[in-house]
Design a protein around this ligand. Structure first.
Ligand code: MG
Length: 160
């Protein structure tokens, strides 16, 4: 019997001037970017936390602390690749992920297919196993006021 485990992740980053906008491993043209110690890819961070949670391996800040110079402005795809190694080293294989990005702007739907390709390649998993959804916050709250972007991710992992 397979041991199936669920994980959940959440992250948020604030918009800032003179920053690039990286989401789902790709750079998106926009008037502002996200502020963070790394490239602030909020979707990848939520996904990493979901993967780590599923394997009971703490959280992204535990493994990749934002006080460390090593991770300053780091490409979050490296963190995702290393997170996949952590869960595989513990004997788990990836099942699927379902992610939601909440942003008032920019419009993310046109970018989702490329994000799926990018993430599935970094994780070395099937393209069809990565679902990414985009929604707004209907102009309510910090997302609605365009102060930043929030992301949520659920994943399944399993042991044969
Ligand atoms: Mg983060």
């Amino acid at each position: 019997m397979k041991a199936i485990r669920i994980g959940f992740g959440y992250d948020v980053h604030a918009f800032a001037n003179e920053r690039e906008l990286w989401l789902g491993g790709i750079k998106i043209k926009h008037t502002v970017g996200l502020l963070g110690h790394s490239d602030a890819d909020v979707l990848i961070h939520a996904l990493c936390d979901a993967l780590l949670g599923a394997a009971n391996l703490r959280d992204i800040g535990y493994h990749f602390p934002d006080t460390s110079k090593i991770f300053k402005n780091i490409d979050s795809k490296i963190l995702l690749r290393d997170t996949m190694k952590l869960i595989r080293d513990k004997g788990y294989e990836f099942g699927n992920a379902d992610c939601t990005v909440c942003a008032e702007e920019p419009k993310l739907n046109p970018h989702i297919p490329l994000m799926q390709v990018c993430l599935s390649e970094v994780m070395a998993v099937d393209l069809d196993s990565i679902s990414i959804k985009a929604t707004t916050s209907e102009r309510m709250g910090f997302v609605g006021r365009k102060e930043g972007i929030a992301a949520y991710a659920s994943v399944l992992i399993f042991k044969q």
